[in-house]
Every structure is written in C-alpha cells, then in structure tokens.
Design a protein around this ligand. Structure first.
Ligand code: ATP
Length: 377
C-alpha cells in the first residue's frame, strides 16, 4: 500500500529523424495517486502511456522530474528495489515452467520467504483467481484468459506496494475482456493495492478507474473521475476522446447573440452568451445522447437527413447530415428512425459544450445536475 507521486516527469528520447534530434515522449507529467487508488492512464497510441509506466517501474530512465513512493524518491532506484509488480499485455510467462513455478519464481528469487510460505501464498492466490486446477500445467496448455490470470497471480503473490498494468486485457476477446475488467476491479478493491493501469481504450478507462489521467502528445490533459472527464472535460481533446460514440463537434462563428454554423444558427441563451465573450470562433460540442430528434416540422434547430441507423439493441446510433455537417445521435433501441428520411434536430442549451476555436479549451461545459443524478441512481 502506497502513495505514488509523479512530479514533473519528462522523458526525452534521442531521435535523429525528429526535429531537434529528440522526441519528447512524456512532458512534465505531475500526478498524485492515492494509497489504494486505481488510476487509469489513457490516451491514443504514442501519447506516452507505456513510457510513463516504464519510468515508474524503473525500466526506463527519467530525463527530468521525480518519481516518489510514499514520499521516497525512487527515480534512480533499480526496478527490483521499488516494490512494484508489473503486468504486461504479453503476459510474459516463462513457457517452460508450470503455472505453480511461474507464480512462485519471483518470490523464490527476490525474497527469503521459506518454501512452505511461498507454496501457501501461491495456493491462496491461485484460489482467488480460480486457477487452482491449472497449477501443474504449462502456459501453452492455458487459454489466453487463463494465462492472463496467472500473470496477475504472479504480480499478486509479490504483495507489492504498487501494481502497474500495461494493456493487460487487450489480447482477450471482447466478452472475456468485459468479464476480466470486472474481476480486476474487484480484486484491486479487495487487495487495496495502488494501481496504475494503461489503456488506449476509453471504455476500460471509464469503467475501471477511480480516476483517469488523459494524455495526448506526452502532456497531461486532465485528471479526474471518469464522470468529471465525461461531463466536464477541460478541452476538446478530452471531450472527444472520452465517450463512445464521440461527442459531436460543430465549428461556429460567434455573431452577436447567436452562433453561426455551416448548416444552422444557434441562439446563445443564458450563460452560453457569457462563455463566448471575447472569442469569434468556437466549437460547439454535444454528446450523441443529448441530440434531440423530432419530426422535421416540430420547430427544431435544424433539419437533417438520416444517413445510416446502426441498431445495437438497447439503442440506435443515428448518423445525420445537414449540409456539410455530420453528426451522430443515439436514441433508445425501441425508437424507430428510418434511414433516408428527414428529422428535426435540437441541441438543448443545458447539454451544450463550447470550446475555444483556437485553443480547444473548454469555455463552457454542460450543466450537471448532481441532485438529479443521485435520485436516478
Ligand atoms: P501505444 O498505445 O501505441 O503503446 P503509448 O502511449 O504507450 O503508445 P509510448 O510507447 O510511451 O506511447 O511512446 C511515446 C512516444 O515516444 C512515441 O512517439 C514513441 O515513438 C516514442 N518512443 C518510445 N520509446 C522510444 C525509444 N526507445 N526511442 C525513441 N522514441 C521512443
């Protein structure tokens, strides 16, 4: 159990082909991870997630900044003396060893635990992960999901201060991944070990993290609870990255008390007007579930054509076109929307996000009614 601190951590790699001869993989990253917290590092490919994790693990040197565990500076410590266990996407099990030996090996090598205590720890952990019946098999005799459990078990037996997990579920099929997500969360909760989990999958981030840290181009964009990042993104990047289907973005010019987009005008009411003061271009953002569809004659903000309807069972994902604009709406699965027809589209002002047209910074986020959310739970 430990608190993990990244303080201004930067990693530069030499790269003769890059401008300036180097790549800044992680740029001045500061984040405090509480004792027992599950923090998900999320972002697109190449944003610096794995490099960050490897610096925390001690597998990669830190160019500038500090990594601290419980206030102790471990930046220059060897990986094996950091009290950290890492789980990789590739599982990295020893192919010639049985499951039992794979799980025991780290303890045998790096601790002076007596053999019977190691055997007991391995048996307890195997029971926890439901792999007791597999202890005498070799990794090649296991399914992907079973191998992943063993890899987790190998990390758990070490009883580390911190778990680091790098896309540990990405080799599993969708159903198993969803099941393992829940299991991992339960395990982490029971064990209470501070965990940093890397993924590029925003669904994993949203469903698993106590908090998520969103990275882009090596820079931290936002750290917050999944719902904070979803409803109160700090900028357009976070707004677009978190949520599936993604938020709709519409370029608008500010013209007095209205926004002018390619296909429609949008009246600026209440705090929307204050939010755009001093800017002449903004991006209007609205989540698919907030796009309200009606009949084309019901006084909508604009009329759009229905291109494609994707039924997922519980909802329909409706792809719309209005002039050059495209946007996506989601409606309940039982509501019929036909492709090739026209619908009225309204964007309720309380659901609208506005971003600075130049910087992408959030000028106004949707209204979050805490009270209503609590009641609906
Ligand atoms: P992915 O999801 O694809 O694994 P990531 O977010 O984990 O991506 P990193 O692997 O941390 O990204 O890489 C961040 C940046 O650093 C990338 O631009 C990458 O090309 C660069 N990089 C990583 N390792 C090295 C290296 N050893 N030498 C040079 N550049 C590197």
């Amino acid at each position: 159990m430990a608190r993990l601190t990244l303080d201004g951590v930067t990693k530069r790699f030499r790269d003769d082909d890059a401008p300036g001869g180097e790549v800044v993989a992680v740029d001045d990253l500061s984040v405090d991870i509480d004792d027992g917290e599950f923090l998900v590092l999320v972002g697109p490919s190449g944003c610096g997630k794995s490099t960050t994790l490897r610096m925390v693990a001690g597998l990669e040197s830190v160019t500038t900044g500090e990594v601290r565990i419980d206030g102790r500076d471990v930046t220059d410590r060897a990986a094996k003396s950091r009290d950290i266990a890492m789980v990789f996407q590739s599982y990295a099990l020893y192919p010639h060893m049985t499951v039992r030996r794979n799980m025991a090996f780290g303890l045998e090598e790096s601790t002076d635990m007596p053999d019977d205590a190691i055997a007991e720890t391995v048996a307890e952990t195997a029971a926890m992960l439901d792999v007791e019946a597999l202890l005498d098999r070799k990794p090649r005799e296991l399914s992907g999901g079973q191998q992943q459990r063993v890899a987790l078990g190998r990390a758990i037996v070490r009883d580390p201060a911190v778990f680091l997990m790098d896309e540990p579920l990405s080799n599993l099929d969708a159903k198993l991944r969803a099941q393992m997500r829940t299991e991992l969360q339960r395990l982490q909760n029971d064990l209470g070990v501070t965990t940093v989990y890397v993924t590029h999958d925003q669904t994993e981030a949203m469903t698993m993290g106590d908090r998520i840290a969103v990275l882009d181009g090596g820079r931290l964009q936002q750290v917050g609870t999944p719902l904070e990042c979803y409803h109160e993104p700090t900028n357009e990047f976070v707004a677009g990255f978190v949520g599936d289907p993604s938020m709709n973005f519409l370029d608008c010019e500010v013209r007095g008390d209205r926004l002018s987009a390619a296909a429609f005008d949008y009246p600026l009411v209440g705090d929307l007007r204050d939010a755009v003061r001093g800017t002449d271009r903004v991006t209007l953002g609205v989540r698919p579930e907030d796009v309200a569809l009606s009949g084309p004659d019901d006084d909508p903000t604009f009329v759009a054509g229905v291109d494609v309807v994707e039924p997922t069972g519980d909802e329909n994902v409706v792809h719309l076109t209005a002039g050059d604009e495209t946007l996506v709406a989601t409606v309940p699965g039982m509501r019929r929307v036909e492709s090739g027809t026209e619908v009225g589209v309204s964007l309720p002002p309380e659901t609208v996000h506005l971003f600075d047209g130049q910087t992408g910074e959030a000028l106004r986020n949707r209204v979050v009614d805490d009270e209503a959310e609590r009641v609906s739970l």
